[in-house]
Design a protein around this ligand. Structure first.
Ligand SMILES: [Zn+2]
Length: 290
């Protein structure tokens, strides 16, 4: 059943279509339902096009997430919407390209790598291009799979520790969780612009990494109805699993000095933030003593 995206009140229909009265001033024969609970339009996005949806998605407006997750993309029996499958494939291909470019850059800058890893990467770079492509495709597919599976298990499996400890109620629709994660990763499409202009802007790459994380957290919070803390735990576990699987695959081919996320920004920022917290604690302790 659809919901009002402003107040989550369940409604029967989001709009009524009427024929006959072909009055141009009242839209195209569609009237949006007004919510009985809050008095606003139940779902204004029914009338908006994809550009507006995308912009509001990037701006992390909760209403647009409710519209997509509850009113449009939710299918009966937890099936994937075909457009979500396409989006997933698009993201995977993007990911292959960006990971490839990133790892190539990492291996060309000599400081961060040990000799055997560099030799192995040169070996990989001498293989036919199709072989290289398939390698990066497998790397990205397995990492993405780890990201989705870990969050799906945590939110939907009856054995998930978060559910056993009562932090979140069990959410029985794992495919909807994946849908939420995919939709909220739309910000990932931006780096392609940076490929066109100038990719060497660490600040931009960094803010994009964080924007994706913030979007994922917001989408999980809205879908599962949990707090920010729990959503952040889920997103972090997903990110750690993805990183570990990526690292594992690279280790298998002898590239253990290569970081699969590298300069995407979130990992070093996390470390910096932690250092700041430690510093704050130290200073707090000193002030307390003095
Ligand atoms: Zn309402």
């Amino acid at each position: 059943m659809p919901i009002c995206i402003e107040c989550r009140y369940p409604v029967k229909t989001l709009y009524t279509e009427y024929s006959g009265a072909d009055d141009k001033s009242s839209g195209h024969g569609v009237r949006l339902t007004v919510c009985k609970n809050c008095g606003r339009f139940c779902d204004k996005y029914v009338e908006h096009d994809y550009v507006v949806l995308f912009i509001d998605l990037v701006l992390i407006k909760p209403q647009v997430y409710r519209h997509l997750l509850h009113n449009t993309l939710m299918r009966e029996h937890d099936q994937f919407d075909p457009s979500i499958m396409r989006l997933g494939i698009l993201f995977l291909l993007f990911d292959v390209y960006l990971t490839w470019a990133r790892i190539e850059k990492q291996t060309s800058s000599s400081a961060s790598m040990d000799e055997p890893s560099k030799r192995n990467f040169l070996l990989l770079a001498q293989q036919p291009i199709v072989f290289q492509y398939i390698f990066f495709l497998i790397l990205c597919a397995l990492s993405t799979l780890a990201f989705h599976l870990s969050i799906r298990i945590l939110s939907s499996s009856p054995y998930s520790p978060l559910i056993l400890f009562g932090l979140i109620p069990r959410y029985p629709r794992p495919n909807s969780v994946s849908t939420a994660l995919l939709v909220s990763s739309s910000t990932k499409l931006f780096p392609i612009l940076m490929v066109i202009w100038d990719y060497d802007v660490p600040a931009a790459a960094r803010s994009l990494g964080w924007a994706v994380v913030a979007n994922n957290v917001e989408a999980l919070k809205i879908l599962l109805g949990c707090g920010y803390g729990t959503a952040a735990i889920l997103a972090s576990v997903g990110a750690i699993s993805r990183w570990m699987v990526g690292r594992g695959v690279l280790w298998c081919v002898g590239l253990d000095g290569v970081d699969p996320v590298g300069d995407s920004g979130v990992a070093p920022d996390g470390k910096a933030l932690w250092a700041l917290v430690e510093l704050g604690r130290e200073w707090g302790g000193r002030l307390g003593m003095g």
